[in-house]
Design a protein around this ligand. Sequence first.
Ligand code: DAT
Ligand code: MG
Length: 165
Amino acid sequence: MSDAGNSDDGSRGADRERTFVMAKPDAVQRGLIGEIVSRLESRGLKLVGGKVTRIDRDLAEEHYAEHTDKPFFEDLVGFITSGPVFAMVWEGADATRQVREMMGATDPAEAVPGTIRGDFALDLGRNVVHGSDTEPGSNEREVSLFFDDEELVDYERIDETWLYE
Ligand code: DAT
Ligand code: MG
């Protein structure tokens, strides 16, 4: 990981990680990009990459490879390729798990209020946001699927000394 930490021995940087997040086509169409960005940004996570892009079928199949054999796979690929998405990389302590918590349950019907899906979605097939799962390596796999290294920017936020002890 980067030298994002501020301590002399670099130890504060040790538990920072990067995770892949995406405002899905429904979020883009419904004007929810800012809402999603705002929540993660206010939490203290750091946006290190972001772009509006279209996902083609090959990328969709690779991104969702774990679901290839699921009955909903075709609908999922159809949906995620149906319009532009906003792809992001966020960095921070325990970022993958924290983003997943902030997203809420996969099925918005089960997502508690206060989570992104619990506040902005109703239907499993239109759940507005994607975040890497917590399987080791999932975050890195997805980041590199969507971003080249030079698209990701190392920098310090001025509030980092107030976000991390
Ligand atoms: P998540 O997006 O929370 O990581 P997942 O990886 O299990 O959830 O599934 C990927 C997406 O596929 C999910 O956001 C919505 C869709 N999906 C999951 N389970 C589904 C189901 N049983 N029926 C229809 N769509 C489903
Ligand atoms: Mg998943």
